[in-house]
Design a protein around this ligand. Structure first.
Ligand SMILES: [Mg+2]
Length: 198
């Protein structure tokens, strides 16, 4: 029997992306953003007059060494190496194709030979190239889905794939989850989730 596939999100699941972005942003622009602000679409929060300027600033982060130097979340490498014995692992990220190369290099450096495939969905694409994570979960015949995005997780779970809502973040608070969604606060809890299934 082929190994079942686990699909893993990248930002804030494999890497502390928003923590890195916020700390770089505050240092670079003298703002006082917190993690709770990262999905704010109010330019004032980002210390700019317009959306376009805020987006430009965030894009500058993708060119910075701080972005390349993000570290994996604690326990992630160890737990994924453990899961890789019994599962195939793929990445499904909301990142845009414009940062595909640096993303693939980062994965190869920090998670060598762990992932069979990386899918970019360009969640925030302005050119209409975004794809739905649920569609990829279905076309790749994924058995388990791990993501910190509440809406992505609920959408995938409603389409029938058991999912893990990862982390305890200001943007993924919930008031009741579908029965096939389990919240795991860290990678140790992810391991326990799969151990309970084997
Ligand atoms: Mg994420």
């Amino acid at each position: 029997m082929p190994k079942p596939i686990i699909a893993v999100d990248l930002d804030d699941v494999l890497t502390a992306h928003h923590e890195g972005l916020i700390s770089w942003y505050n240092q670079t622009y003298g703002t006082e953003l917190s993690l709770a602000d990262v999905h704010s679409t109010n330019p004032e929060v980002w210390g700019t007059a317009t959306d376009a300027e805020a987006i430009k600033r965030v894009h500058a982060y993708f060119e910075s060494d701080s972005f390349k130097d993000e570290k994996p979340l604690p326990g992630a490498v160890k737990v994924l190496e453990y899961l890789n014995r019994n599962y195939h692992l793929i990445v499904i990220t909301g990142r845009d194709y414009i940062i595909e190369l640096v993303t693939r290099e980062w994965l190869t450096e920090h998670y060598p030979s762990l992932f069979d495939d990386v899918h970019f969905t360009a969640q925030y694409s302005l050119t209409g190239r975004s794809r739905s994570k649920t569609d990829i979960v279905e076309s790749e015949q994924v058995s388990y889905f791990i993501d910190d995005n509440l809406f992505a997780v609920v959408d995938v779970a409603k389409a029938g794939t058991p999912s893990i809502l990862f982390g305890n973040y200001p943007w993924n608070l919930d008031e009741g989850l579908p029965t096939n969604v389990t919240r795991c606060n860290d990678w140790a809890e992810v391991q326990a989730y799969f151990d309970a299934r084997s």
